[in-house]
Design a protein around this ligand. Structure first.
Ligand code: KIV
Ligand code: ZN
Length: 388
């Protein structure tokens, strides 16, 4: 089995399904270019049959993007699939992603179809798509809540029809990591032609486990594609977040033993771009891309990081595109961090006693003010009559 993991970004499709996150064609193109810079393997650019605007956005992206595969979503019917293929004309590498729900609940209550009808429609969709484009992904919507025997039959059949990627979504974010991983593994074992396709995970974050579930799908289940979005943007509580899942694979290569193509130095810029475009603020304590993700406030941590960064940092801020890590001066800071900041500001105090005195004044100020800025420190030492 390959040790290369395919990163499939769906910020422009599932991400845009987040209420209030709709984007214009130009905004989508800007994000697609940033995703290409990031070296994302597949960019899902939209749902061609959903609207003319979506169709045009996909068409624009398909023509502009050269290095990533551009993908268009479609329901499992000929009209949608033809529209998806049309939107991808001119792409260097194109993929059609067709889906139909396979859970009893969705088939009965939403589609009002029998399992046999769903099976036939899935086969027909893949057969039709395969005549237009070679790279065909099939998704079993609500796959995780589907009856495994039936799902295995559908997957075996669509692989026979030529599906090259099989995606098993946890559409409603109901999965638990171990159970989802085992679900994928059992399916792969049950489907006789399973090795003819790449298996993919697509997890929603309703219980806050989208990243953990995706990783379990890879580690336990043997999936080799992860579907994710920048900042975890997406329907309801969002999708698996690209920055988190990628940095987990990279930082814990000792455990996963897998590689991703992603150029991680572009992660923060991608996060900022998506946040500014959609107006969705990134919470400060968000892993990897939150403003505090590499900030140290406690004196003990600051002292440790100043001596050796890996005492409290498992990855480097610079590796994901931050200029540097951050020592936040406040009431918890120690003398060491304060002294270091004086040096960075070019402040020279002539004795240890003078530093101690300035540090005492700094602590008094920090008790009144939650964050101390460089200007505060300069004002404080100037008042002490220091030269700098
Ligand atoms: O969550 C989901 O099931 C989806 C499919 C369309 C892949 O987004
Ligand atoms: Zn989804």
């Amino acid at each position: 089995m390959s040790d290369q993991l395919i990163i499939f970004d769906t910020t422009l499709r599932d991400g845009e399904q987040s209420p209030g996150a709709s984007m214009t064609r130009d905004e989508k193109l800007r994000i697609a270019r940033q995703l290409e810079r990031l070296k994302v393997d597949v960019i899902e650019a939209g749902f061609a049959a959903a609207s003319n605007g979506d169709f045009e956005s996909i068409q624009t992206i398909a023509r502009a993007i050269k290095d990533s595969t551009v993908c268009s979503l479609s329901r499992a019917n000929d009209r949608d699939i033809a529209r998806a293929a049309e939107s991808l004309k001119g792409a260097n590498r194109a993929r059609i992603h067709t889906f139909i729900a396979t859970s009893a609940l969705h088939m009965e209550k939403k589609l009002r179809m029998t399992p046999e009808q769903v099976l036939e429609q899935a086969k027909q969709a893949v057969r039709f798509g395969r005549n237009l484009i070679e790279d065909i992904e099939f998704s079993a919507e609500d796959g995780y809540r589907s009856e495994p025997d039936f799902l295995a039959r559908v997957i075996e059949a669509v692989i026979k029809e030529g599906a090259t990627t099989i995606n098993v979504p946890d559409t409603v974010g109901y999965a638990i990591p171990e159970l989802y991983g085992e679900f994928i593994r059992n399916l792969r074992e049950r489907v006789p032609n399973s090795d003819k396709a790449v298996w993919s995970v697509h997890c929603h974050n309703d219980l806050g486990m989208a990243v953990a579930n995706s990783l379990a799908g890879v580690k336990i289940g043997g999936a080799r594609q992860i579907e994710c979005t920048i900042n975890g943007l997406g329907e309801r509580a969002g999708n698996c977040s690209l920055e988190e899942v990628v940095m987990a694979i990279k930082t814990r290569k000792d455990y996963f033993g897998l590689d991703v193509n992603i150029d991680t130095q572009h992660i923060v810029a991608a996060s900022r771009l998506v946040s500014q475009t959609t107006g969705f603020v990134v919470q400060p304590n968000k892993a990897v891309v939150g403003a505090n993700a590499f900030a140290h406030a406690s004196g003990i941590h600051q002292d440790g990081v100043l001596k050796a960064r890996d005492t409290y940092e498992i990855m480097r801020a610079e590796d994901v595109g931050w200029a540097a890590n951050k020592i936040v001066l406040g009431k918890l800071s120690g003398r060491n961090a304060f002294k270091q900041r004086l040096q960075e500001l070019g402040v020279e105090l002539d004795s240890e006693a003078a530093i101690n005195q300035a540090f005492t004044r700094f602590k008094e100020l920090a008790d009144r003010k939650s964050e101390i800025f460089d200007e505060d420190i300069l004002a404080l030492v100037n008042a002490e009559g220091a030269e700098h």
